[in-house]
Design a protein around this ligand. Structure first.
Ligand code: URA
Length: 279
């Protein structure tokens, strides 16, 4: 058993699924650069999903906390605010250090989302990471555990990272546009995004990533400051305050639309090239 197979087994990701008549994807130990040959050769579905989810039938329950989960009973939502915090505008985050920023997010009641969630979800990973992945907002699992991307979409994100030889927490930071779970996992509203963005902006200033990967339309729109179809934003090297930014599909979307994984694989290859100044 070679080392990459051992790693995949340890992560419970083995065996990898590989299309018939295609060579197995190679997980080399070091180089992160993906050649055009490798990009064309490695089937995305084999690389970024060991457990592909079939498309949902009409009315079928979604296995993923992705906009269709049931709300916790209102009784489960404790009156978390009772005397706990003072409303400080998130816009005053620009000089905060890590501990101050974490505390500020923890205490935040600046928008209506905090009243309906269990806890804030700050972000996780290497605080000096070169890679920053930004999602939309916590789902039910993230709300319960206080960490971004820990549900089914998170498993797929971990596999996407692995496919380009990255790992959660190692040179990678994962954050969301909004830090509180929107009710019913709805898309965060413009005022909620605007209120919460200064926290992400400060996270980015502190991390100083070399590349930002926006996962899905909400992240792309919020970071780029313009509303456009996600497809039109892919494959272009964008700029976020001087930091290169690429756009790809949200993992929850990929779970619902597995045929799009091939495009996500292209985007990841593009991101690797961008990170090496070759995009
Ligand atoms: N979806 C997101 O956008 N972020 C998470 O943390 C989890 C699911």
């Amino acid at each position: 058993m070679d080392r990459s197979e051992a790693v995949l087994r340890e992560l419970k990701l083995h065996p990898q699924w590989v299309r018939r008549n295609q060579p197995a994807p190679v997980l080399a130990e070091q180089p992160a650069l993906i050649t055009a040959e490798a990009e064309a050769r490695v089937p995305a579905a084999a690389v970024i999903s060991m457990h592909p989810a079939p498309p949902l039938a009409p009315g079928e329950a979604c296995p993923e906390p992705c906009r269709r989960v049931e709300e916790p009973a209102q009784a489960e939502i404790n009156d978390i605010h009772a005397g706990s915090s003072v409303a400080v505008p998130a816009s005053q985050a620009d000089k905060l250090n890590w501990p101050e920023l974490k505390q500020r997010v923890h205490d935040c009641i600046a928008c209506k989302l905090r009243a309906g969630c269990t806890q804030t979800v700050f972000g996780v990973g290497d605080e000096q990471a070169e890679w920053l992945f930004v999602g939309e907002g916590p789902g039910v699992d993230e709300d319960a555990q206080g960490e971004p991307f820990v549900g089914q979409a998170g498993k797929l994100l971990d596999n996407m990272l692995l496919s380009i030889k990255l790992r959660r927490g190692k040179n990678v930071y994962i954050a969301n546009i909004v830090k509180c779970r929107p009710p019913n996992n709805r898309v965060p509203e413009a005022d909620e995004i605007a209120t919460c963005m200064p926290y992400l902006q400060r996270q980015i200033e502190l991390i100083k990533p070399k590349l930002i990967v926006a996962l899905g339309k909400t992240a792309a729109t919020a970071l780029l400051g313009r509303d456009a179809a996600l497809g039109s934003l892919r494959g272009t090297l964008h700029d976020y305050h001087g930091i290169p930014l690429v756009v790809t599909y949200h993992p929850a979307y990929l779970l619902r639309s597995p045929m799009e994984k091939a495009k996500a694989w292209q985007d990841l290859c593009f991101a690797v090239r961008a990170r090496h100044g070759e995009a």
